[in-house]
Design a protein around this ligand. Structure first.
Ligand code: SAM
Length: 207
């Protein structure tokens, strides 16, 4: 079996094709942003959020090393601003949105974590941005202060999504100590009501 993070990448990649649009809600060190940028190809676009300049510098470096920088817009702002920060035509058109919650790995400041008061509005915005057939991945960590509460808040939000429009999965290790991360996957099902602000299609074959 693959790790939680590898599995999250596989879910996102499976939802994406060249030319698609995707969002990384927590850029961090850029691993997820790079995976999304690679999957959408040169004609696609990725928007990546983070509140820490250090994280965005790390993401920019990683992207540039791989020649992926041109297809990514980095936003130094909270993911809770997702809906207003992205072009209106992205609503209902993003094929993948990735969240990797918690703190920036490798940073000396582990207190700058995601928190439910901003994560939950961001999840709601992301659910509206998702295209039919699109997937959202949310990696949750319970080990840091506030992490267990945030994980519970994410789970409660996801469990309450209407089953006629979404399918929600949880992927987790059951027998490991020290609270290993958990992955929540939210898939928007085909036939879900379309968003009102649609215009041109980023991926004509899929929408
Ligand atoms: C676990 S790291 C992300 C790892 C990253 N996805 C990667 O592939 O390396 C979590 C990140 O969330 C960021 N963060 C915290 N609050 C945020 C917010 N409100 N909006 C966006 N990012 C936030 C932190 O600065 C940190 O870099």
């Amino acid at each position: 079996m693959e790790s939680i993070l590898d599995f999250a990448h596989r879910v996102a990649r499976r939802a994406l094709a060249p030319g698609d649009w995707a969002v990384d809600a927590t850029a961090g060190n850029g691993h997820d942003t790079c995976a999304l940028a690679d999957a959408v190809g040169a004609e696609g676009r990725v928007w990546a959020f983070d509140v820490q300049p250090q994280a965005l510098r790390s993401t920019r470096r990683r992207l540039d090393e791989r020649g992926l920088g041109e297809r990514v817009t980095l936003l130094e702002q909270g993911h809770e601003t997702m809906q207003s920060a992205l072009p209106p035509e992205v609503e209902g058109r993003a094929r993948a949105v990735m969240f990797n919650l918690g703190y920036l790995p490798g940073s000396s400041n582990k207190t700058r974590t995601t928190t439910p008061d901003t994560t939950l509005p961001a999840l709601r915005a992301a659910a509206a941005l998702l295209a039919e057939g699109g997937a959202m991945t949310v990696v949750c960590y319970r080990g840091h202060p506030g992490g267990a509460e945030e994980t519970q808040a994410v789970r409660r939000w996801a469990e309450a999504l209407p089953q006629a429009r979404f399918r929600v999965f949880e992927y987790r290790l059951l027998n490991h100590k020290n609270d290993p991360p958990r992955l929540v996957v939210v898939e928007k099902t085909a036939g879900a009501p379309k968003a009102g602000r649609l215009s041109s299609s980023p991926s004509k074959t899929r929408i």
